[in-house]
Ligand binder design. Structure first.
Ligand SMILES: NC(=O)C1=CN([C@@H]2O[C@H](COP(=O)(O)OP(=O)(O)OC[C@H]3O[C@@H](n4cnc5c(N)ncnc54)[C@H](OP(=O)(O)O)[C@@H]3O)[C@@H](O)[C@H]2O)C=CC1
Ligand SMILES: O=C(O)CCC(=O)C(=O)O
Ligand SMILES: [Mg+2]
Length: 724
């Protein structure tokens, strides 16, 4: 039997899996394919780190290097320290004998525990599995469906005051960047004032970037944006990626938190020191640390007074609960948060829950430029029209921890002022930087093989689509200048006759893409790893309503396939609703589409007629799902995720029964009949649990039996599925 690995992950997609996977397996087994779970959830990884479970992630890290790898990867939690601590507490509550997370390790044993747990922090999964570049786009059927059934995008008001503020290249990562290409395999040492910070093994042809964020410049920038927000009467909001850039971005978040509440942090400096308050972990952590302290009420009042004062209004993550943009560094994640700003007409929510025009603060101009142009375009030309807009497809350089996304082992908050040097083992100084204490120094890397593959994939996709492709590379950015040389060299290795392949800086590329989108035209954006992330939420959220509906394929360098589902996250808000009222609004369309691609890959590899028939029927089922609008509703009492899985099964069985593979047709004819005849009964059994609170025995580590029960409440449906 062929094998597809389906990741067991967290939150909403994990709940959906309890209902979907039994259906999937019943169908695929008929064509000799078994879909097996591999636990890479946060809880699973925590237990593995403590030696209490198999290390499934490391195993998958080996699978992706094999040519027959076939993995469906659902979105997982990229944990902040807060999420990790909550997960540990839950597991301890379930009886697992694991230690607390030592935030400030006092001895070697605590340091060892912290080191083990830190393997679970931030984006610990994706960089391991992504041994290939990224091909993200909306399937034609999905795009057409969105055009015909447009979701709501709010208009930008005339003379909208919304804008993006970023540093202007002075003192930020963009402005300070230097870049070299390693001429051979060699050891390279990063040192501060001659003291080694780390040593890496650079490969021949690898692009190495060094850069730093000047903390003085960052603080001055925050101060100015706060003053400007007040003067412009707009809501102030901060957008970072503290999960993926897990060293640099929490620090930048912390500086923002302190800058906004400068007086409070100054007044209570001694108390905060005594309580080990770390602004990088946000207000939620601060509140836990001051709990029970004599000054708790006074400090809380001081924060509230600061918000009531003449400071600009601060964006909220949840106005009902009173949590602000500074609640936790991972509450506002730029790839998901900036599309919402654009979708809502340049607005975010204030304390009363009112939508107010905002300044979105994105310190580093490298990527701030994209968002600035995105917002400026809408302010100038108005909101996009979902019914006519063209599409953006992305080819992202992602393999082998490319660029900033692999940079956390080479990112440092400098303990002292001085010179950072990057030196080869033969003593050649490749780069050097004059920095201040507290500056955030970072090296990013992009290996040669992934770059060449990225060019190959671009040529292949551009040929298939017959639309222009733009490399978003800026000759004025040090890294991009190195990349342009390489890309031009590798393009010459491929037949590009008749293809429209261009190079533009970020602002021009955004303008070009958006102007085409407004004319209903399609464009391929060929980008590095960070823009891949930002673009593949921004455009799908505008075009399709959610990036969960897009295809996210990773053709692995070794020949296998990694099929990610959508481009978004694990939707914690959906779990909250499910636990309260039994309604799961997660749309599994991303999983359906990924499964089709994964089966197609197997079918091609084995030239298997049965598999091809199964895949063709799933394609049909997916079309039916879209055409008949079977996506989950948002409200309890109406069909949810479980019902949407039923419809997928019904359409899939029908397509098989009517398909030209006689064996599968015979097998699925009775299934199709039963699923059609029993539809009313099944739907009423599924709706019977709506509106009721659910107990699944855990948030990060639910009890499988309870969760199965909660997600499979229709005995009629279960019996039909089991009969296959
Ligand atoms: N590939 C990966 O593994 C990724 C993981 N993450 C992780 O996910 C977690 C949550 O991230 P967050 O930034 O809140 O973003 P999410 O994408 O999880 O959630 C944002 C919102 O998007 C909508 N949404 C997302 N997916 C679906 C879907 N399948 N069906 C319907 N609606 C959907 C929901 O909107 P509404 O509430 O309006 O229904 C949801 O609340 C974090 O821990 C983060 O680190 C984030 C990105 C990618
Ligand atoms: O791995 C993560 O933390 C997030 C991944 C992500 O946002 C993406 O790849 O689009
Ligand atoms: Mg993303």
């Amino acid at each position: 039997m062929s094998k597809i690995i389906w990741s067991k992950i967290d939150e909403a997609p994990a709940l959906a899996t309890y209902s979907l996977l039994p259906i999937v397996n019943a169908f695929t087994k008929a064509a000799g394919v078994e879909v097996v779970l591999s636990d890479i959830s946060l809880a699973g990884r925590v237990l593995a780190a403590m030696g209490l479970a198999e290390d499934e992630l490391s195993k998958l890290g080996e699978v992706v290097l094999q040519e027959d790898a076939n993995i469906i990867k659902l979105p997982n939690i990229s944990a902040s320290v807060g999420q990790l601590k909550d997960c540990i507490a839950e597991l301890q509550g379930q009886g697992y004998d694991i230690p607390n997370y030592p935030e400030n390790p006092a001895n070697d044993s605590e340091k060892a525990i912290q080191a083990k747990y830190s393997t679970c922090l931030g984006s610990a999964v994706n960089p391991v599995l992504r041994e290939g570049n990224s091909d993200r786009r909306a399937a034609v059927a999905v795009k057409n469906f969105a055009k015909k059934n447009p979701h709501k995008l709010r208009a930008f008001s005339e003379n909208s005051k919304a804008y993006v503020a970023h540093m202007e290249g002075n003192g930020d990562f963009y402005g300070n960047e230097k870049s070299v290409t390693s001429d051979k395999d060699q050891k390279v040492t990063i040192a501060l004032n001659g003291k080694e910070l780390t040593t890496i093994k650079a490969l021949a042809g690898e692009v190495l970037d060094g850069t730093f964020m000047s903390v003085a410049a960052l603080k001055a920038f925050y101060k100015k944006t706060i003053e400007d927000a007040k003067a412009n009467d707009v809501l102030w909001s901060l957008h970072l990626k503290a999960t993926m850039m897990k060293i640099s971005d929490p620090i930048m978040f912390g500086h923002g938190f302190v800058a906004f509440f400068e007086d409070v942090f100054a007044k209570y400096a001694d108390t905060f020191k005594e309580l080990n308050v770390n602004p990088n972990q946000g207000m939620s952590d601060l509140e836990k640390k001051i709990k029970g302290h004599a000054k708790e009420a006074e400090i809380k009042a001081a924060f509230k007074a600061a918000l009531d004062s003449d400071a600009p209004k601060l964006a909220m993550v949840d106005s009902d609960k009173g949590t602000t943009n500074f609640n936790a560094s991972n509450d506002v994640i730029i790839d998901a948060s900036m599309p919402v700003v654009v979708r809502e007409g340049g607005k975010q929510w204030d304390r009363t829950g009112a939508a107010v025009e905002c300044v979105a603060v994105i310190p580093d101009s490298t990527y701030g430029m994209f968002h600035a142009e995105m917002v400026a375009d809408c302010v100038k030309n108005g909101q996009y029209d979902v019914t006519t807009m063209g599409t953006m497809q992305n080819i992202g350089l992602m393999a082998q921890k490319a660029e900033e996304y692999g940079s956390h082992p080479t990112t440092f908050e400098l303990a002292e002022a001085g010179t950072v040097t990057v030196t080869t083992e033969d003593g050649k100084v490749l780069m050097s930087f004059e920095c201040e204490a507290g500056d955030i120094w970072r090296m990013s890397r992009a290996k040669d093989i992934p770059i060449k593959d990225w060019v190959r994939l671009t040529v292949e996709r551009t040929r298939i689509e017959g639309i222009p492709a733009v490399f978003w590379l800026d000759e004025n950015r040090a890294h991009d200048a190195e990349m342009i040389k390489k890309v031009k060299k590798y393009l010459a290795d491929f037949d590009t006759n008749g293809l429209d392949i261009q190079f533009m800086n970020v602002t021009d590329a955004t303008r070009f893409t958006n102007a085409r989108i407004r004319q209903g035209l399609n464009t391929i954006a060929v980008t590095g790893n960070v823009l891949r992330d930002h673009l593949t939420d921004m455009y799908p959220i505008l075009e399709l309503g959610t990036s969960a509906k897009m295809l996210s394929i990773v053709p692995l360098l070794a020949g296998g396939g990694l099929y990610e589902t959508g481009a978004g996250g694990s939707a914690p808000k959906h779990v909250e609703q499910f636990l309260k009222e039994g309604h799961l609004r997660w749309d599994s369309l991303g999983e359906f589409l990924a499964l089709a691609e994964s089966l197609r890959f197997l079918g091609h590899k084995h030239s298997d007629a049965k598999l091809s028939a199964l895949t063709a029927a799933l394609d049909k089922a997916n079309e039916g799902y879209l055409d008949n609008s079977k996506e989950p509703s948002r409200k309890a009492g109406e069909p949810d995720n479980k019902a949407s899985h039923f419809y997928l099964a019904q359409y899939w069985a029908k397509a098989l029964a009517e398909g030209d593979n006689a064996e599968l047709a015979a097998k699925f004819a009775p299934v199709a009949k039963a699923l059609s005849e029993k539809e009313d009964q099944i739907i009423s059994e599924l709706l019977a649990v709506e509106g009721k609170a659910q107990n699944i025995g855990g948030y990060f580590h639910p009890n499988d039996e309870l969760a199965q029960k909660a997600m499979r409440p229709s005995a009629t449906l279960n019996a039909i599925i089991e009969s296959i």
